[in-house]
Ligand binder design. Structure first.
Ligand SMILES: C[S@@+](CC[C@H](N)C(=O)[O-])C[C@H]1O[C@@H](n2cnc3c(N)ncnc32)[C@H](O)[C@@H]1O
Length: 282
């Protein structure tokens, strides 16, 4: 039998931030895979774009192994995420990490001098103008520098056999929401579905900006129940699938729904694809 814990009143979690999900081992492996592919190494200056609460920043720092001249610049548009990132990394050598508040689309104005690599985990799908973003990353990199990104929101991220899981999960969570909390999503507040680009569209945008594609691969990840339970504690995810519902009740319904459907389907994992791309500025 599969078990999971979820946020309770007494839990005392920093509620609905990305931090809990970011710490789950399967997710750290997903991002470590991209950082490996980017080949960042000691002595380099690396931007962790959309660093969130600092999970990827830590992985990059491990690769730089305290070498002189190494620097990681974490950039994010969320003040609260950066606050948590600073707390998470307070023991890291302060000379090696700095955090900057700002948008990815303005990267070249946020960073002084050129960098060796820009690592962009799980956020490129959130940026509406990807051509502008690519231009900004391009002009922030030195010649030979790499742009590495991953995303699990692209055309192909949901293996076809998992559609049944998403349908059952949402159906069950909505039923729990109604029966246990007397609530329903507000249809009028439905967030606009984000456009999922194809792999070809992503690589085309990069090539048009002058990048050369060095690596492009799909990492099929077996996401355990814990992953679905933890993502159900993240504000952006909750608001995307249950618009207009108070976060606490929506989160509880999603967590319980995931747990019940895993048990009924008698599965340990649901697969999801992560696209990984590494491009080079010639
Ligand atoms: C799903 S989290 C990913 C965090 C981290 N990169 C990781 O993979 O664990 C997405 C992050 O992107 C940030 N974000 C979204 N749009 C952004 C933008 N246009 N510029 C900078 N950060 C952005 C959000 O604030 C959030 O911290």
């Amino acid at each position: 039998m599969t078990t999971a814990s979820w946020v309770t009143d007494e839990g005392g979690h920093e509620e609905f931030s990305f931090a809990a999900f970011a710490k789950s081992p399967f997710y750290q492996r997903v991002n470590a895979s991209l950082v490996d592919l980017s080949q960042v190494r000691p002595g380099q200056r690396v931007v962790d774009l959309a660093c969130g609460t600092g999970g990827v920043t830590k992985i990059i720092l491990e690769k730089l192994r305290g070498a002189r001249e190494s620097l990681v610049i974490g950039v994010d548009l969320s003040t609260s995420a950066l606050k948590q990132a600073r707390e998470e990394l307070q023991n890291a050598k302060s000379a090696m990490v700095e955090f900057v508040l700002g948008r990815a689309e303005q990267l070249s104005q946020l960073v002084n001098g050129k960098v060796d690599a820009v690592v962009f985990c799980n956020a490129i799908h959130l940026v509406p103008d990807k051509a502008q973003l690519s231009g900004e990353v391009f002009s922030t990199l030195r010649s030979g520098g790499v742009f590495a990104f991953n995303t699990s929101f692209y055309e192909g991220s949901h293996p076809p056999e998992t559609e049944q899981w998403y349908r059952r999960w949402m159906f069950r969570s909505l039923r729990i929401l109604r029966s246990e909390y007397g609530l329903s999503p507000v249809k009028a507040e439905k967030v606009e579905a984000r456009q999922h680009l194809t792999v070809e569209q992503y690589t085309q945008i990069l090539k048009e900006r002058g990048f050369q594609i060095k690596e492009q691969r799909v990492n099929t990840v077996q996401v355990p129940l814990e992953g679905w339970v933890l993502i159900s504690q993240f504000e952006d995810w909750i608001m995307g699938v249950m618009p207009g519902v108070p976060l606490k009740e929506a989160s509880m319904a999603l967590q319980k729904g995931a747990t019940q459907v895993f048990e009924e389907m008698n599965v340990e994992f649901i697969p999801r694809n992560w696209l990984e791309v590494v491009a080079v500025r010639p």
